[in-house]
Design a protein around this ligand. Structure first.
Ligand SMILES: *Cc1c(COP(=O)(O)O)cnc(C)c1O
Length: 403
């Protein structure tokens, strides 16, 4: 029985969306939420009985399923079971949580770290705990949704600067009252475009205008820097970011989010941020897996070299065929298609030829800039990358995106 038969705004909103989903499905253009049955070596997956090359993974160093990490998770289950006793502050802190936070602090070259149950929750709670009414927060226009939501939730004055445009950021900083608290916040590597924030210029502006600096390293840990520790290593600027946020669900094959910073900031967040105080701790297996993964990254530096080689091969190959890959310098490789329908059609061609890749369409990206958002990892074989590029190239020709 249909309970909601009234034609109110919510009903219309839901209907507009379900109509769009039905249309896409009816035209064999829907590839979201596909059930992956099995992870196979060489960054391949089985989907409905078919083996496909995986080009939508954030496991940049190919650490999902790493024996050392699996083993650590199993040991944690044997030691602590599968859940915690609730929130961290009361009875939910286990030794594996404090160990993980020490590991993160060391990896990120900071005094301390705090973990939360997701990266999304981390941005929401950290921005809204640090900033409040009367304060000013400055956010890159392409920042991740969790940052935007955190800024809105904080109630602070919300100023957005054009993507990676430091002159625009400076103009906005200049216009803010000199005596208010200010926070500048940006992704390190942008999740739709793969380009890198201009950290040196941003750090200089924060100093000049007395603003705090927070960077989201979801796509830079394991990706940037010779040893994979992230954006400060990449620019040889350790110690220049006040608040380094990251996720445990991408390069780190677990779940959760963290902030690495000085002791006082972490103590403050531990006692004032609501996602820490009012939400349960990470399960022991996930905390242990994350803890081990940071160590594996440092112990197996060849993975970063492989990732860099694969990234170079993939971007170079696609550009060589005539695709526009925008300004990417990292493992996130946008393949511009144009209108949304074009990106859906490219996806269908790729998927039908066993290349698992997904489209990003409006409103996630501006209209006319719909794209495949492909990723490479350290686990891909060069020959497999060649095959995927052949498939994408053929599709691009067929649809007239390249000549
Ligand atoms: C994925 C992502 C997040 C959210 O992390 P989860 O752990 O998946 O909640 C936050 N910021 C950026 C830039 C991301 O790409």
């Amino acid at each position: 029985m249909d309970l909601h038969t009234t034609d109110d705004a919510v009903t219309r909103r839901i209907k507009a969306f379900t109509d769009r989903v039905s249309y896409v499905k009816a035209n064999d253009l829907y590839f979201y939420n596909q059930p992956i049955e099995e992870l196979l070596p060489g960054m391949r997956v089985r989907v409905r009985g078919r083996e496909m090359g995986m080009y939508a993974s954030y496991s940049y160093l190919g650490l999902v399923g790493h024996p050392r990490i699996n083993e650590a998770a199993k040991r944690a289950v044997d030691q602590f079971g599968t859940g915690t006793n609730g929130v961290r502050s009361l009875a939910g802190t286990l030794t594996i949580h404090t160990e993980l936070e020490e590991t993160i602090a060391n990896f990120k070259h900071t005094e301390a770290a705090i973990t939360y149950s997701s990266g999304y929750a981390t941005n929401l709670t950290v921005v809204s705990t640090l900033m409040g009414r009367g304060d000013y927060v400055f956010s890159d226009k392409l920042n991740h949704a969790s940052i935007v939501d955190g800024c809105l939730m904080s109630g602070a004055e919300f100023r957005r600067f054009r993507h990676n445009d430091m002159a625009h950021l400076e103009g906005l900083l200049k216009n803010a009252p000199p005596d208010v608290a200010k926070l500048v916040i940006a992704d390190s590597v942008f999740s739709m475009d793969g380009d890198i924030i201009n950290l040196p210029a941003m750090v200089a502006l924060c100093k000049k205008y007395n603003a705090w600096l927070m960077i989201d390293e979801a796509h830079s840990v394991g990706v940037l820097g010779k040893t994979g520790t992230g954006i400060e290593e990449h620019f040889d600027m350790y110690g220049s970011i006040d608040i380094k946020m990251g996720t445990l669900s991408k390069t780190i094959p677990s779940v959760g989010g963290y902030v690495a910073a000085n002791k006082d900031i972490i103590t403050y967040l531990r006692h004032a941020s609501r996602a820490y105080i009012f939400s349960a701790a990470l399960p022991p297996a996930q905390a242990a897996a994350a803890n081990e993964a940071f160590k594996v990254i440092l112990d197996e530096p060849w993975r970063i070299e492989r990732l860099n080689e694969n990234t170079k091969q993939f971007i170079g190959g696609l550009k060589g065929m005539g695709f526009d890959t925008m300004l990417t310098e990292t493992a996130i490789v946008p393949v511009l298609c144009g209108e949304d329908d074009m990106a859906f059609a490219m996806t269908r061609e790729a998927q039908h030829h066993d290349v698992f890749v997904l489209p990003v369409v409006s409103p996630a990206v501006p209209e006319g800039l719909a794209r495949l958002r492909a990723t490479v990892t350290a686990a891909h074989e060069p020959s497999e990358i060649e095959r995927a590029m052949d498939v994408i190239g053929e599709a691009g020709k067929k649809l007239g995106i390249i000549k």
